[in-house]
Every structure is written in C-alpha cells, then in structure tokens.
Design a protein around this ligand. Structure first.
Ligand code: ADP
Length: 237
C-alpha cells in the first residue's frame, strides 16, 4: 500500500502539491488524471523518495519512505515518461539486470528476475539486443521490465503512452492488464483516459495540486468537466 498523508510540496516557493492524502491499496489499478501541470508527476515522484514532501509524509507498506529508501524503491517500481531517461545500459538484458544487481542479489537470482520481467512484457529472448535499435513500444516495455525486475508490489507509470503509436499503445496496455490481473498494483498518470479507463478500479483527478476527484471510473467520468482530461467518447469506460 502507498499512503500519502497530508503531503505538500513547493518548487521555488510555488505550491505544487497541497495537502494531498491518498491511499493506494496493493493490487488496485489507479489512474491519476489531470491537466498538464496539475501535479501528477510531482506526486508520483514522492511515492519512492525521488522527491521529499515539505510537509506530511509518504508510507509504503507501512514504512515511511524517508526511513527506508531501498525498501520503497524495491516495492514501488517507477517508469518515467520517456523510457530513454531511465536506461542505464546499452542492451536489454544488461539494463533490466541493473536494479537487481544493485540489490546485491546472486547471479542466478538476477538471471531469473530478468527472464521473468522480460517474459511479463513479452520481450523474452531479446536480452542481447541493443535498446537503441528497438521500436518505441518495445523500449517502453523494456522500461517496464526494468521496474518489474525489482519485483515491486506497485508499478508507477508517468504518461506511459507518450509518443507511442496505436499498436504499441495496445501492446503496453495488454501487458499492464496482465500484470494487474496477476496482482501488481498499478498507478498510472495520464491526461487522457481514453482506452485505459476500462482497466481501472479507480480514477483520481488532480487540479492545481489538490485531489479534485476520487472514485470508481463510472462515477469519476461525470466529474471531470473543466479539468482538461480527455475522456472516452461514450460517457462510460
Ligand atoms: P503534471 O505531471 O500534472 O504535468 P507536474 O508535477 O510535472 O505536473 O508539474 C506541476 C507544476 O510543478 C508545474 O507548474 C511545473 O512547472 C512545476 N514543476 C515541476 N517540476 C519542477 C521543478 N523541478 N522545478 C520547478 N518547478 C517544477
């Protein structure tokens, strides 16, 4: 479980998160919606200690993130908006192995995790390929595999469909659906709920650094007017 307790954060004295309290349960599929600049990325970056709150606190599975950063980063796998920002190695296998290597795991366990993570994103057998030779969709799936290799309880994704064409988008969506079905919690930030809202248990919408809407998709969709979130053409997911 990820808990944000009265979290506030400012950049250069400009408030970006104001008194945000939320609990994300293990296994939940949550969409974090909101206009560009509403505070989604800033909130996500608090979930594994990339940012610290100015006030309030964040807990992962009951432990304050600030007390055990390694535990938080193992439990909460983060996938950035631009996969290229998170790759650290030239080849798929080396990149996905990087996190488990840093945990000091033995080689057999690292290999097992890399194989399982690549399998989960439908990239098994691509270990030796160069990341820069992959398509955008494949790079996105490798970025997700890198997070999964830490065996997180939650996967946190920031606008994961940016720059993807429709087949790639579909493929990432299918992988997320399957991970969610297997029990991984998903927290996904997006300004566009089309396609993805059918997977969600819950939609949280941010507006000016505050939680403006929080509920099941069927209810939340009716409350998003004026929040600059793209919604499906039908009024239902
Ligand atoms: P979203 O993900 O919803 O687009 P962000 O959390 O990225 O929103 O940004 C919220 C606000 O915080 C924006 O006004 C943005 O310009 C500002 N902001 C984000 N990161 C920084 C930073 N590192 N320094 C200064 N301002 C920032």
């Amino acid at each position: 479980m990820i808990e944000f307790r009265s979290v506030s954060h400012a950049f250069d004295d400009v408030p970006v998160l104001e008194d945000v309290s939320l609990s994300i349960d293990a296994g939940e599929f949550v969409l974090l919606a909101g206009a560009n600049g509403s505070g989604k990325t800033t909130l996500l970056r608090h979930s594994n200690g990339l940012l610290e709150p100015d006030a309030g606190e964040v807990l992962v599975d009951g432990t304050p993130v600030a007390e055990d950063l390694i535990a938080a980063r193992s439990s909460v796998g983060m996938v950035f908006q631009h996969p290229r920002d998170q790759f650290v190695a030239a080849t798929v296998g080396a990149d996905v192995a990087f996190g488990p290597e840093n945990l000091g795991l033995d080689r057999a366990e690292i290999d097992r995790r890399v194989a399982a993570a690549l399998e989960a994103v439908n990239m098994a057998g691509h270990e030796d390929e160069r990341i820069d030779a992959l398509s955008g969709g494949e790079q996105s799936r490798v970025a997700i595999a890198g997070a999964l290799a830490m065996e997180p309880t939650h996967l946190v994704l920031d606008e994961p469909f940016t720059g993807l064409d429709e087949p790639a988008r579909r493929s990432v969506l299918e992988r997320l659906a399957s991970l969610s079905a297997d029990g991984t919690g998903v927290l996904l930030a997006t300004h566009d709920l089309r396609d993805v809202c059918e997977l969600a248990d819950r939609v949280i919408a941010m507006h000016d650094g505050r939680v403006a809407v929080d509920g099941p998709p069927a209810d939340a969709l009716d409350e998003l007017d004026g929040l600059e979130v793209r919604v499906p053409d039908t009024t239902r997911c």
